[in-house]
Ligand binder design. Structure first.
Ligand SMILES: C[S@@+](CC[C@H](N)C(=O)[O-])C[C@H]1O[C@@H](n2cnc3c(N)ncnc32)[C@H](O)[C@@H]1O
Length: 351
């Protein structure tokens, strides 16, 4: 009788402990699953639009072009509108004369002679890469005036090989010797940091098919350029970046069940997802160069501008291109519902 009583009382105690423990476990799990933590709660709070944002609408969209202007004179920092994005492909060092066959804002034809005064102020015709870089970067001086605090600046730039030895008279940069790769993008990054920018990312624009150049006899055939992404040094809280808007096709086929987001260690709180065949955009962009060879301007492909605009601006934001050429940036902005301001020394449209 005593043995039976002891047996049943221990069984009862065991039952009590296990039920209490498991209910605690359930509660614990439920607490973890509920989106009440600080990290996820903000997802459920609807943001109120700011008054400045509400004023922006389709009727207020504008597209301005300013021709006959030397953008490297620092004029852009005098713009009254602070833009959300600057995207531009400046003339490359020692590559082209954009006056050939072009007309300036007043309609005067320029000769291609390099002694003409217009050629002297074209960017890219400086004696040394150091002068070129200082002039190019002067275009973007005073970032606080030109760019919104969460704005981005993309400079698309290609490298070249030195035709002679270069010595920086000011002594800020190291000597570059003939036939060396100049590494012009490195110089740009150094100068932009001096002007108050942070280098956010170096993106490689890979061109899928390029004909072999003279360089290919001595080294690998160059088939890429750089998309240098800068933000203001005091950028707050971080640059605007809509990652989802620029996703690209991934290698995982659509419909495949993927491991939890955040990896196995942290993923237990998050749901397993089913792949839609897309992935976050990577920092190598495989894009064909533009086929539009009109106006000898070397336009950049619309796709590059589209990625920058979609990623770093919202609808009705303002985009600026200080070396606008055939107005690729303006066309993309018209398509995507952004305002644009374009500068160029020449009006290549009036050929
Ligand atoms: C590579 S093109 C830009 C092409 C443009 N992204 C497009 O899609 O057509 C460079 C442009 O810079 C302009 N340019 C050259 N020097 C300039 C300067 N100092 N100020 C303003 N524009 C300049 C040229 O006229 C040319 O149109």
């Amino acid at each position: 009788m005593v043995v039976r009583r002891v047996f049943f009382s221990t069984l009862y105690v065991k039952f009590q402990i296990t039920t209490k423990f498991s209910s605690n476990m359930d509660q614990g799990q439920r607490i973890r699953k509920k989106p009440t933590s600080k990290t996820t709660a903000h997802l459920f709070i609807k943001k109120k639009p700011k008054i400045a944002e509400m004023k922006r609408s389709r009727e207020n969209l504008f597209h301005e072009c300013r021709f006959g202007i030397d953008s490297t004179s620092g004029i852009i920092s005098k713009e009254t509108v602070q833009c959300n994005l600057i995207v531009t492909s400046p003339p490359y060092f020692g590559c082209r004369d954009y006056t050939i066959g072009s007309k300036n804002a007043l309609g005067n034809s320029f000769s291609s002679s390099s002694s003409s005064s217009s050629v002297l102020i074209q960017l890219g015709h400086e004696k040394t890469p150091y002068e070129y870089v200082r002039r190019l970067c002067k275009t973007f001086e005073n970032p606080q005036q030109t760019l919104a605090i969460d704005g981005s600046l993309f400079v698309i730039i290609g490298d070249t090989f030195a035709r002679s030895d270069f010595v920086d008279e000011i002594g800020e940069f190291q000597n570059i010797y003939a036939r060396e790769t100049i590494g012009i993008h490195h110089l740009v990054v150094i100068e932009m940091r001096r002007l108050g920018y942070r280098m956010w990312q170096e993106i490689v624009w890979q061109k899928p098919s390029v004909p072999p150049s003279g360089a290919a006899q001595q080294r690998c055939n160059p088939c890429h350029e750089y998309v240098l992404w800068f933000v203001r040094r005091d950028c707050m809280p971080r640059p605007k970046f809509n990652a989802r808007s620029i996703r690209e096709p991934g290698k995982t086929p659509a419909g495949k069940v993927m491991p939890p987001v955040g990896g196995r260690k942290y993923g237990e709180y998050k749901k397993t997802i089913v792949s839609d065949g897309m992935r976050c955009r990577q920092d190598v962009w495989n894009i064909c160069p533009s086929r539009d060879k009109s106006a000898h301007v070397a336009p950049f492909p619309e796709e590059i501008v589209e990625i920058c605009v979609l990623a770093c601006t919202d609808e009705f934001d303002v985009v600026l291109d200080p070396f606008a050429g055939t107005l690729t940036t303006q066309r993309v902005c018209q398509k995507l519902g952004r305002s644009s301001i374009c500068y160029d020394m020449f009006d290549h449209q009036t050929l």
